[in-house]
Design a protein around this ligand. Sequence first.
Ligand SMILES: Nc1ncnc2c1ncn2[C@@H]1O[C@H](COP(=O)(O)OP(=O)(O)O)[C@@H](O)[C@H]1O
Ligand SMILES: N[C@@H](CCC(=O)OP(=O)(O)O)C(=O)O
Length: 376
Amino acid sequence: MQQTVVVKIGSSSLTSDEGGLNRDKLGFFASELSKLQHQGFQVLLVTSGAVAAGFREMGYVSRPKNVHEQQAAASVGQALLMQAYHVAFAAHQVGVAQILLTRYDFSNRRRIHNASMTIEELLKHRIVPIINENDTVAVDELKELKFGDNDKLSALVANLVRACRLVILTDTDGLYTEDPRKNANAKRIDRVTEIDEEMYRIAGGSGSSVGTGGMRSKIEAARIAMRGGVPVFVGRVAEDGDLDLAVRGTGKGTYFDTSEHNLPMKKQWLGFHSLPQGRITVDQGAETALVVGGRSLLPAGIQEVSGDFHPGDVVEVVNSDQQIIGRGVVNYSTWQLQAVAGLSSEEVQKRIEVQRIEVIHRDEWITLTAGKQINE
Ligand SMILES: Nc1ncnc2c1ncn2[C@@H]1O[C@H](COP(=O)(O)OP(=O)(O)O)[C@@H](O)[C@H]1O
Ligand SMILES: N[C@@H](CCC(=O)OP(=O)(O)O)C(=O)O
């Protein structure tokens, strides 16, 4: 079977702080990606840079902060971006296609299935799908409905196509013990096997005025991809052949290894694509049963319920310290659960009629605590 590589290129690698595309850099990346394809890899590109490429044409002096200005700049820049990629890849006899996705598309199983089928068809024809967030329609006010930066989008795409590696290219050669722009003595971390809280602490925000996510969002992307069984490289590609080295394991950057196996599609959807409709707080006993014991959630372990959900919806589960421990498909509605929270299963059955006694069945649950996942 052919191996698939997903490469994400950030705004900082394609444009300058003053805005506008750097066609030399873009041409270089197209050449590196084409080489990978010629070697037999299936290649997908997740690209940022629409806002950065378009804001100058709109007459703005710097990257706009206002949402509608950003959306307008993105719609100008996206066309410029695709035009430039089309020309740059054509020089290597490689065809390209544009795919614009939103967070909402991932949360809807039919839409993401359609996107996945389209991608498969393009790859079969050796066309490189070039993916960006659909900035014009992405809703910024509702943070959970917008990716913002493309790091997380690239991780979701890598999991979707079951990539053999996700390569996140940026303007620094990997994750350092501190932002290297702020501390020249910071040391690069070459290999990461587990993402813990310390990792989030050292990863700062964006260092340039065109990038948005910084290293923090790359760590979050790496966590999602690792959960999906996809190893990740975060770093820089500056010279001929660098991308090949990055894919093969000897690039200039940080490698995030994973011992996880590909998560089943259903669990991926639950953990990373679905949009929770409510929140359930559980006690210590229920937390252990879910996270360590691999058991279902029963009404007895529930302390608090909020949101507006119905049987079949996805809810987020938090422990008594309000830390997220996972997500699952709920078998109760909000009012039903509020009426029986904390009660024994026997008592619940006397009071209300439910299809299944489990609030969340173990097969419809995913643990999302940082570190090693015990229960799949
Ligand atoms: N611990 C860290 N190690 C490396 N880079 C870091 C760290 N913390 C913050 N950064 C910053 O993250 C930036 C890359 O992210 P970003 O600007 O969002 O790039 P992109 O546009 O490629 O997504 C780097 O330029 C760097 O200044
Ligand atoms: N979709 C946006 C991405 C915004 C952005 O700056 O992302 P990134 O450079 O990946 O931190 C664009 O194309 O401008």
